[in-house]
Design a protein around this ligand. Structure first.
Ligand code: F6P
Length: 323
């Protein structure tokens, strides 16, 4: 394999740049030409590619976001869009593509392989940690730490004012960020999409704190929680406990930004190299992952659809630790 391309797509994640750097440098190390695609699949369709050198990725390992930029391409969801994208690669003699992103990115890559035979390897870049075939995804550790930093700050003001805070974290349909920030942030409770937690459960948990004269409480809610957003949950609790001082904080996109943690930089670097070396070894339509410290390759379809169960013992931990 002489020429490969790399793109970042979908929601950005801290560590995408570190992964890109590893892809470029590993490709060059193995004597290949490496092309960077701007703005994900949209850029690929338009032929927005440029040849990358070692210095193209200098000084980016510590930067959040992605220097290639990202997009959620609508055109790539069409057959015509994917045909144009495949032609752009073929016209330039590019034989392999590394895609750094989450399940939407891999869904697209899987189609590109199935419809056009483009050799593609994915590197899991998403703060949600919702991909099967890897213990952790690039960006997750940083997002959890960013959320924790914010929760610590909210805790200060919650204590000063004897307030109950509902803090919403990202994660789409996954409760990983919520559960780990709840443990690390010393929250009273975590509401995650994977298990049903009713308003009654929330009030009971808070009540057991009030019974022990706990004056401030923090409940972490995943954005995919079955009871709705943090605001909706807070309104339902307020309707039942009107005397309580209740506030809501939605952490939002701050969780997607910032300099990647050491763990994310190392994970991203390993995955970038694994993706390129996977292509060299003739692998295709797979995601490079790391399970129990070993590099693994999982079919893209499995990475997207496989179940990555949340360890629900962790929910019990939150309960035990908030007694
Ligand atoms: O997949 C990453 C993520 O940040 C999710 O946690 C969140 O649901 C979604 O992306 C938000 O997407 P956007 O930035 O397009 O609003």
């Amino acid at each position: 394999m002489k020429k490969i391309a790399v793109l970042t797509s979908g929601g950005d994640a801290p560590g995408m740049n570190a992964c890109l750097r590893a892809v470029v440098r590993c490709g060059l190390y193995h004597g290949m030409e490496v092309y960077g695609v701007k703005r994900g699949y949209d850029g690929l369709i338009r032929g927005d590619l440029y040849k990358m050198k070692s210095y193209s990725v200098s000084n980016i390992i510590q930067q959040g976001g992605t220097i290639l930029k990202s997009a959620r391409s609508v055109e790539f969801r069409t057959k015509e869009g994917r045909t144009k994208a495949a032609e752009q690669l073929r016209d330039r003699g590019i034989e392999g593509l590394v895609v750094i992103g989450g399940d939407g990115t891999f869904t697209g890559a899987n189609l590109l392989y199935n419809e056009h035979g483009i050799k593609v390897v994915g590197a899991p870049g998403t703060i949600d940690n919702d991909l099967y075939g890897t213990d952790y995804t690039i960006g997750y550790d940083t997002a959890v730490n960013t959320a924790l930093d914010a929760i610590d700050k909210v805790r200060d003001t919650a204590n000063s004012h004897d307030r109950i805070f509902f803090i919403e974290v990202m994660g789409r349909d996954s409760g990983y960020i919520a559960i780990e920030t709840a443990i690390g942030g010393g929250a009273e409770m975590a509401m995650v999409p994977e298990t049903q937690t009713t308003i009654e459960d929330v009030i009971n948990a808070l009540q057991s704190g009030w019974d022990k004269e706990k004056s401030a409480s923090i409940v972490i809610t995943a954005e995919g929680s079955s009871e709705g957003s943090a605001l909706e949950i807070a309104n339902k609790v307020k309707a039942r406990c009107p005397e309580k001082d209740i506030k809501v904080t939605t952490l939002g996109h701050i969780q997607r930004g910032g300099s990647p943690s050491a763990a994310d930089r190392i994970l991203a670097s390993r995955m970038g190299i694994a993706a390129v070396e996977g292509l060299i070894e003739g692998r295709s339509n797979v995601m490079a992952g790391i399970i129990k410290d070993e590099v693994t390759y999982t079919k893209l379809e499995e990475a997207i659809n496989g179940e990555k169960p949340l360890n629900t013992d962790l929910l019990k931990m939150v309960k035990i630790l908030s007694i």
